[in-house]
Design a protein around this ligand. Structure first.
Ligand code: SF4
Length: 343
């Protein structure tokens, strides 16, 4: 008997795998790359070598490795964006369409059941842990919409939920499953100690940009400027980096806050305007959208405002716009009020 486990990299899904494997059931972990995972984005924009211990790691892969569980990474980012901009069940407190997200992931997992020779799916969901997607009726709606009625086993809360097919058919012993409920993390932390699992500081949902308040504000702001509510993968990635300023309905300026973000902005300069200054410490700046000379000068002024150049000092700024670069000179104005432009 084999189960597919949705492995997020958080503690709960790791515990669910442990509980099921204890019953002698094979587990293959599935990890979805949605494009909205905070640590995976940091990992992808890191310039350190793959084997450098300081490099950000993918929590789910590290977890699977530490438990000796085989893992498949499925890139669902392309289709996931469409769901995120038009969720049938709406958003939670931020930009998190948790119900649609769970349906989407379970449906994607269901498509792989046969391919991986598995008979059911397990998740680390805990009843009533999260207000939107983990209430009892919602858990039922999610698995039905995913076409997996009674085939989703939640080992951490199973004893509080209706009997599933794996339990009914005796593949899994219901008595050895758990009855954890609610927002307290105490039972999971105790269980982790029993299994000797350490290093899971991150709460459930903690890795998802969509549940982050600042990201959500930018996300909704951007969608408000898109009558068709279509986002590109580049836009999704850039929403999570730097300081954002809106100049017009179609032009935004993004300012890197550190080395990693400056690296990231440089990677996205193709098809956009990219500003740098090499004579003083300064951020890189990306202009997204059809900018005219006024917009470029404003962006250069923002760069100078965040640079180490003293008040009134004129600095050269290199403007890259596809063809040969040019240099403009801007006077640093440290009192430039950016709040009206800030997203
Ligand atoms: S927090 Fe993010 S990843 Fe988690 S269920 Fe909600 S939308 Fe999906």
């Amino acid at each position: 008997m084999k189960a597919l486990a949705l492995l997020s990299g958080g503690l709960d899904s790791a515990l669910a795998v442990k509980v099921i494997r204890e019953q002698g059931i094979d587990v293959l972990a599935l990890h979805f790359y949605t494009g909205f995972c905070i640590t995976e984005r940091k990992r992808r924009m890191d310039v350190l070598a793959e084997d450098d211990p300081r490099r950000y790691k993918n929590d789910a892969l590290a977890t699977a490795r530490s438990m000796g569980v085989p893992v498949e990474v499925l890139d669902i980012s392309q289709e996931y964006i469409r769901m995120v901009t038009k969720p049938k069940h709406g958003y939670g407190a931020n930009a998190n369409p948790c119900i649609d997200c769970r349906v989407f992931m379970l449906r994607s997992a269901a498509e792989h059941l046969e391919e991986f020779g598995a008979s059911f799916i397990i998740t680390g969901e805990v009843l009533n842990q999260r207000p939107m997607s983990q209430r009892r009726p919602t858990l039922g709606i999610i698995e039905k919409e995913a076409g997996l009625d009674r085939l989703v086993l939640r080992p951490l809360s199973a004893k509080l939920l209706p009997v599933t097919i794996p339990e009914e058919r005796g593949w899994v012993d219901r008595e050895r499953l758990l009855a954890i409920e609610g927002r307290s993390r105490k039972p999971q932390i105790e269980l982790a100690a029993r299994y000797g699992i350490t290093g899971f500081a991150q709460p459930a949902g903690g890795c998802c940009f969509l549940a982050d308040e600042t990201y959500a504000e930018r996300f909704h702001e951007l969608l408000a400027h898109k009558p068709d509510r279509e986002l590109t993968q580049d836009e999704v990635m850039l929403l999570g980096a730097g300081r954002h300023f809106r100049l017009t309905d179609s032009v935004k300026v993004i300012v890197g806050r550190d080395r990693l973000e400056n690296n990231l902005l440089a990677r996205y300069k193709s098809g956009r305007i990219f500003l740098t200054c090499t004579v003083v410490g300064s951020p890189s700046v990306l202009i997204d959208g059809p900018a005219d000379d006024v917009a470029i000068e404003t962006a250069a002024g923002i760069l100078a405002r965040y640079s180490d150049a003293g008040q009134g000092l004129s600095i050269p700024i290199v403007v890259e716009n596809g063809g040969p670069s040019r240099t403009i000179h801007v006077t640093a104005n440290k009192t430039f009020d950016l709040d009206p432009l800030r997203v």
